[in-house]
Structures are given as C-alpha cells and as structure tokens.
Design a protein around this ligand. Sequence first.
Ligand code: SAM
Length: 265
Amino acid sequence: MQSPAPHRARKRFGQNFLNDQGIIRGIVRAISPLADQRLLEIGPGQGAITASILDTDCQLDVIEIDRDLVQILEDKFSGRDNFQIHQGDALKFDIGALAGAEKLRVVGNLPYNISTPLIFHLLSAHSCISDMHFMLQKEVVERLAAGPGSKTYGRLSIMAQYYCAIESLFDVPPEAFSPQPKVQSAIVRLTPYTELPYPANDVKLLQRVVRDAFNQRRKTLRNTLKGLISSEGLEALGLDPGIRPENVSLESYVAIANAVGDAQE
Ligand code: SAM
C-alpha cells in the first residue's frame, strides 16, 4: 500500500509544525504532566507534542480544526485509551463542559493568527483551568508579561494578569518549525489565581474601562475615560488625571472600575 502524501501546511490555520526534538522535550518538561491529570491540547497538528504528553499516561483531549490533521492524529493515536480528539474551532470550544468538576491543564503551540482571541476565550474559563502552557509569538509573550511603563503593556497584559500569574519560560527560534515562521517564538506559563489579587466588583466594567483607556494610548487618562469618570474622581483614587493609560497599574484600573460601578448604583 502507498503511504499517504505528507500534509501541506495551511497558512489560514496558522500551521507551523515543531520539528526540534530538544524544544519538544523542553516544552513537555515545563508542563511535566502527571499520570491521571487531565490535559487539553489546542491545535495538536501532527502530534509533535501530543505523543510525548500521551507517554506520561495523563488523560489528554485535543481540539484540532483541520480535518486532514484529525485523520492523521486518529491514525497515530486512536489505539490509546487516554486520548480523545475533538474536531472543531478552539475559539468556540466549551472548556467548562469538558472540565466538569476537575480542573484542566491547557497546552498548545497556538496558531499565531488567532492567539489573542484564543487567550481571551481561555481567560473567560479561568476557573476551570489549573494552568496553561503556550508557544506564542515572542511579542505576544512580552505583551502578556508587561508591566506599567512598558510600550507593550496594554489590554492583553492587564486582563491576563487580572486572572493569572504569568511566567515567560524560554525562547524558540524560527528554525525549530517547518515551515519557519517569520517571527521569534517563546513559551509562556499562565497560572490562574484561585483567589484574585485585585477583584473587580464587575469584570465587564473593568474590561470596558481598560478597552476605553487603551483605545487611544497616547492620550491622558482624563481624556480616554471622559465618559466614565471625572478628573476629580481619578484624583480621589490618588491618580493624576494627566497620566497616560500605559502607566496605570492593574490595581488602579480595578479601583477605577469599582468607583465607576459605585457611582452608577
Ligand atoms: N502542535 C503542532 C506542533 O507543534 O507542531 C501544530 C501547531 S500549529 C502552530 C497550530 C495548530 O492549530 C495547527 O494544527 C492548526 O490546524 C490548529 N488550529 C488552527 N486554528 C485552530 C482553531 N481555531 N481551533 C483548533 N485548532 C486550530
């Protein structure tokens, strides 16, 4: 019988397959899956990380959008009783329904074209997740980990840090993939807090405050939040209304959102 033609990487699905065994070992070591833990891998591709995770005897679910890759994964791994494939879009995947009572560990070499919306989707399910390990564009890892005063600090940094502790683990060069991406990559760990350090009374309001603030990041807080809070209101929270959004801490954004909520009651 002829062996099947090799899979051709699809750009629209952000397919850059890992082929560096040293990097794959490094990722699995960073995750350190334990037998009986439940993991979800997003975008398993041809199974570069999947195989090593399965060898640890944990329970692994994977979600893959590309039907051809789902077929390849079924051929490779369907004999394993600790493996379950879901064909579909991770952006629409119901993490809570999969997790049930037990928290999930989420991993993936994410498709870079949808990594930011995917992270926001996963953050919305933070209470069902014990940790996440992702390969991302290095620039996105820098945004996730950035603090006030940094040029990359913004909406993604604040909402990720609201829910999770962020650790940038190691860099991965383009040569580790086929085809090679045009950008540097990095591995990041996000660990959702069991108790939020700065809880907002209304997280939707916090999201609105942060979105409005960073819509025009070069303007002052007084101007970007004009419709929500006055200069006097900012001063009452100990904030200079002339400050730029990129210099305001997560704790202060939560204080602003809580004050806006109190004033609306
Ligand atoms: N994990 C593999 C590896 O490391 O070689 C593949 C990583 S590749 C960067 C991203 C993978 O995510 C591809 O397999 C792609 O088909 C899949 N993918 C893209 N968009 C997706 C989506 N919306 N939902 C689920 N999987 C998706």
